[in-house]
Design a protein around this ligand. Structure first.
Ligand SMILES: [Zn+2]
Length: 127
């Protein structure tokens, strides 16, 4: 599922440090003050749950993730920054699908107690 916002927001670009979030179903809302002429940006990760989608990012934000993937792959602290301005559907997806994606598939063990450990995810320093 993709958000399909109405114009003019259909032209919003991605940034890892966006100035827009999503309120409700598909309404963009400013996360901070936006000056005239500022580029409107949103984190594309909160607009899709397509796990096979990925996009290289060179937005030059200090917190640029380098590789943008769907909402399930957002670091929890980044996701939390956007709240409550994340489409409710994607909030659910994040809550429900993320643990499954983060858990190794090899065993059926249910003993996972924490998936928040910061392993290297290969997305680190982008240069
Ligand atoms: Zn970026």
């Amino acid at each position: 599922m993709w958000l399909d916002p109405d114009p003019p927001y259909g032209f919003v670009n991605h940034s890892c440090d966006p100035n827009l979030g999503v309120r409700g179903e598909r309404e963009f809302v400013a996360l901070r003050d936006i000056s005239p002429g500022d580029e409107l940006t949103v984190d594309y990760a909160i607009t899709t749950d397509e796990v096979h989608w990925a996009m290289e990012c060179r937005c030059a934000a200090p917190n640029c993730r380098g590789l943008i993937r769907s909402v399930q792959f957002l670091p929890p602290e980044v996701f939390a920054r956007y709240l409550p301005y994340v489409n409710p559907y994607f909030q659910e997806v994040f809550q429900q699908d993320r643990p499954a994606l983060s858990t190794p598939h090899e065993s059926g063990s249910q003993q996972q107690t924490s998936y928040g450990t910061r392993h290297s995810n290969g997305l680190g320093d982008a240069g």
